[in-house]
Design a protein around this ligand. Structure first.
Ligand code: F6R
Length: 592
């Protein structure tokens, strides 16, 4: 949830670099920011608020020194205040720590440390870490060993970066269940919670595993296990350019990422041969179980419709947070497919660990080297590139593309590849509707409720459209199977309520059209998504977003989601909300 970074530079001030890095991490958490650098003492500037405001007041980049650590916070323990902002220190201000994760036993540890005379300054779980390190350094251990010792006392999850004024040439990084990477340049070293933070400075990355530590300092970078044994780890060269992680001329990351979608799908299609290889390696299975959260869950739901209707394989879809309550029916005949953009979502990782005990697991992941990729039996990468906007967009269409590719290789229906290859062109056409959608957004921006309806393949599209609207416009949006309206929600339909009807040509079309008439009869404003030649739908709808006739319902989920993403984006902008940073949400949810 929080973002952390640390660096040791060669004859260059660290604070301006750290500031640049945390700006790029802002999507991980943005209620507080702080930087610490060690010279003859540890100097810290930190406060609650957005980076730009805190920097204006405190001049973060003015801190002296060629190394340091920094943090952006998304509060879990303790309100967003200056005291609770990271870095946190020990009693004597000789050790500073930034942390992402949750220390579950912090209350017990805090009580013990307070009994031993330690004085705490914040309400955070994190602060126990510098005090534990202080305790062990006071007992004679060096920074590395004291950190290692402290980690063995912790229960919960952590990615940390630690430094001490007593060893002011060293940064220690460590992780357990929260991501941490190491970056290397000639004589310059970085730790960070993820790649975009440091991409401007290096693309040579080492991924840490759980219970591993990185010691950055005069010996370069050493990777060790929790017992202190050296580990050989390959450096991976990341092909993302810093530009890919920037806004690229758009007002927001979200709209940039919406426009990157045709490219993202093309990149995913380049993975076809890798996906084919994975399919060839899969053991036999008679049942599929998708597990995911949020947008990734909606991609999974599309997978269910595809695999059951086109493969004839019984397919369940389970929300990751519910998986632990329903996993008993798994067996070696089940393939569990976990879909996760970040590969770090705590609910999904927990489900993965349960599934691993009973079935074979396949993860569809965007972030290379993330925990899900390391803990699953098989991995497919979506290759959508870094997604910074909190609302998932391009990773959703890439996840869907992976599901189509899986279907093609599992079913042997290679002719479907030709149709899939044409999807990016249809996406470009959908993006060309942006002006029209902006007008619709202006018209409906003040409405308190929206409904999104669809049947079959269009039901997950409706759900995803409603989720996008909710998260970035704060408008109440309900995604419903169109046929379910009459079983209750129809009571909510008043005069003028917008109903977005997803009605591509195909098996579900006529019934969805019936629902359009049903809601219109009750005064709803119908915004329809359908085929260009669908004159009857056009005649009923108040607004119509048209698509090429050849996109049938089976392949509609990718192009048809685009207008719904654009609608949510433009309503958000019209309402003066920052769509990249919706309130109460963070990009990667690393707590259950
Ligand atoms: C919505 C959104 C979230 C994520 C969910 C799962 O726009 O982004 O609903 O889809 O938190 O995240 P991943 O896919 O990283 O596991």
């Amino acid at each position: 949830m929080c973002g952390i970074v640390g660096c040791i530079l060669n004859n260059k001030k660290a604070a301006p670099v750290l500031l640049g890095c945390v700006k790029r991490l802002e999507y991980r958490g943005y209620d507080s920011v702080g930087i610490a650098t060690p010279t003859h003492k540890i100097q810290i500037k930190k406060d609650q608020g957005k980076i730009v405001d805190v920097d204006k007041n405190l001049k973060l980049a003015d801190l002296p020194g060629t190394m340091g650590i920094a943090h952006v916070r998304w509060a879990t323990h303790g309100l967003p205040t200056k005291e609770n902002a990271h870095p946190h220190t020990d009693c004597e201000n000789k050790i500073a720590v930034v942390h992402n994760g949750i220390i579950e036993n912090y209350k017990t540890l805090k009580e013990q440390l307070e009994d031993e005379g330690h004085v705490f300054k914040s309400e955070t779980d994190t602060e126990v870490i510098p005090h534990l390190i202080e305790k062990y350094m006071d007992a004679g251990e060096d920074l590395e060993n004291a950190t290692r010792h402290a980690l063995t006392d912790l229960k919960g999850s952590y990615a940390i970066a630690v430094m001490s004024k007593n060893e002011p040439d060293k940064i220690i990084g460590a992780r357990k269940e929260s991501p941490l990477i190491v970056g290397k340049n000639e004589n310059e070293y970085f730790v960070a919670s993820d790649v975009p933070a440091i991409l401007e400075y290096t693309n040579k990355i080492i991924y840490l595993n759980d219970y591993e530590m990185a010691i950055l300092g005069e010996n370069g970078v050493l990777i060790k296990d929790i017992d202190g044994n050296l580990i050989e780890r390959e450096i991976e060269v990341i092909e993302w350019t810093p530009d890919m992680a920037e806004k690229g001329g758009y007002d927001h990351f979200m709209i940039k990422e919406i426009h990157e979608q045709p490219e993202a799908v093309k990149n995913t299609l380049l993975e076809a041969s890798e996906i084919k290889k994975v399919v060839q390696k899969l053991p036999g299975f008679s049942r599929i179980c998708f597990v995911a959260c949020g947008t990734s869950y909606h991609a999974s739901l599309t997978g269910k419709y595809l695999f059951e209707s086109r493969l004839g394989i019984p397919t369940d879809v389970v929300l990751a947070s519910e998986f632990g309550y329903s996993s008993r029916t798994l067996n070696e005949e089940t393939l569990v497919i976990l879909i996760t953009q970040s590969g770090e979502t705590a609910d999904t990782l927990k489900a993965l660990r349960i599934a691993n005990k009973k079935a074979k697991t396949l993860a569809i992941v965007n972030v290379l080297g993330s925990t899900a990729t390391r803990e699953s039996d098989y991995v497919i990468y979506t290759r959508a590139g870094p997604e910074i906007g909190v609302a998932a967009t391009k990773t959703y269409v890439s996840q869907l593309t992976c599901i189509y590719l899986l279907l093609i290789y599992l079913s042997g229906r290679h002719e479907l590849l030709d149709i899939l290859q044409k999807i990016p062109d249809h996406m470009v056409s959908a993006l060309e509707k942006e002006n029209k959608i902006r007008d619709i957004a202006k018209k409906y921006k003040n409405t308190p409720d929206f409904f999104f309806i669809g049947r079959g393949f269009s039901y997950p599209t409706a759900m995803e459209g409603a989720l996008k609207l909710k998260e970035i416009t704060y408008i109440h949006g309900e995604g419903y199977p169109a046929g379910e309206l009459k079983h209750g929600p129809l009571a909510l339909l008043d005069e003028g309520v917008p109903v977005v009807a997803v009605a591509p040509p195909g098996k579900s079309h006529d019934k969805t059209f019936g629902n359009v008439e049903e809601v219109k009869a009750r005064g709803a404003q119908v915004i329809a998504l359908g085929s260009r030649s669908d004159e009857i739908l056009k005649s009923e709808a108040h607004e119509m977003i048209e698509f090429e006739d050849e996109i049938d319902e089976m392949f509609s989920p990718i192009p048809y989601i685009i207008p719904l993403q654009l609608l949510a984006y433009h309503i958000s902008v019209e309402k003066g909300i920052d769509p990249d940073k919706p309130k109460n949400l963070a990009k990667c949810v690393t707590v259950e």
